[in-house]
Design a protein around this ligand. Structure first.
Ligand code: MLT
Length: 242
């Protein structure tokens, strides 16, 4: 199996994704929020890039059937129902509803999924489910880290490295890695005993703490706390059914 990891978002190109499994990672916090929303019974999460696009989609779906969620600069967007704290996505708020989610970085990558055969949301809270599915699907793998405003982020890279480690170690798959994937694997292997601390001390961990979202960081770094598998079909993320 070949695995290419991208540390920062950028144009990957449909050819490079053709026939592959693609995993989008934004540990803090979009991927974690998506997992929590589906775990709480949301019918689907639709990731969109811009707040205006989200509001337009909402008016098509209707207020009763949908929840509008998202953040800019870490805080809830004005007139939205929810922000981007996974802890807000409780059953009473989202069960049976379609969540339309827009975040600064994490939801943007999904429209760069063209050509991929299987598109998944990866986080630390669902990492074993993701690694298992990647192995079972057997396709070559592309991991896209959302990063932060075009820059590398330590939590997404650690998560990507841990997915690779699990497939290499648990499933004994021989993998050909690009250099960013090797770097992510090395980073994970040298930090595996201190993931929580490393992530909490990272730029986005510190930023969220300053905003009062320390509990989000705590949840987002709980391995397998939300063992769901969000898969993208027709621009909607829903629980994988294959
Ligand atoms: C993002 O998409 O940049 C993040 O999810 C931001 C956040 O922590 O809310």
């Amino acid at each position: 199996m070949r695995a290419d990891l991208f540390l920062v978002p950028g144009p990957v190109g449909e050819q490079r994704l053709a026939g592959k499994t693609l995993v989008h990672i934004d540990v803090l916090r979009a991927s974690t929020t998506i997992c929590q929303a589906l775990k709480s019974g949301a019918r689907a999460v639709i990731p969109v890039a811009e707040p205006g696009e989200a509001a337009e989609l909402r008016s098509k779906i209707g207020n009763d059937n949908s929840v509008l969620g998202g953040e800019r600069d870490g805080v809830k967007i004005e007139n939205f129902d929810l922000g981007n704290s996974p802890l807000e996505y409780t059953e009473d708020k989202v069960k049976g509803k379609t969540v339309i989610l827009t975040t600064s970085n994490g939801t943007r990558g999904y429209n760069r999924s063209g050509g991929a055969k299987l598109i998944l949301t990866g986080a630390l809270v669902n990492i074993s489910a993701v690694a298992k599915k990647v192995f079972q699907a057997g396709n070559d793998l592309v991991i896209l880290c959302a990063g932060q405003d075009g820059d590398f982020s330590i939590e997404d890279t650690l998560c990507g490295g841990m997915i690779l480690h699990k497939i290499l170690t648990d499933d004994k798959v021989d993998m050909e890695l690009n250099d960013s994937a090797s770097l992510a694997l090395l980073l994970y292997r040298t930090n595996s005993r201190a993931l929580k601390q490393t992530i909490a001390r990272g730029e986005h961990g510190r930023f969220l703490k300053k905003l009062g979202f320390e509990e989000d960081v705590e949840l987002a770094t709980e391995i397998d706390a939300l063992p769901v598998l969000p898969a993208l079909k027709d621009s909607r993320l829903a629980l994988d059914s294959d």
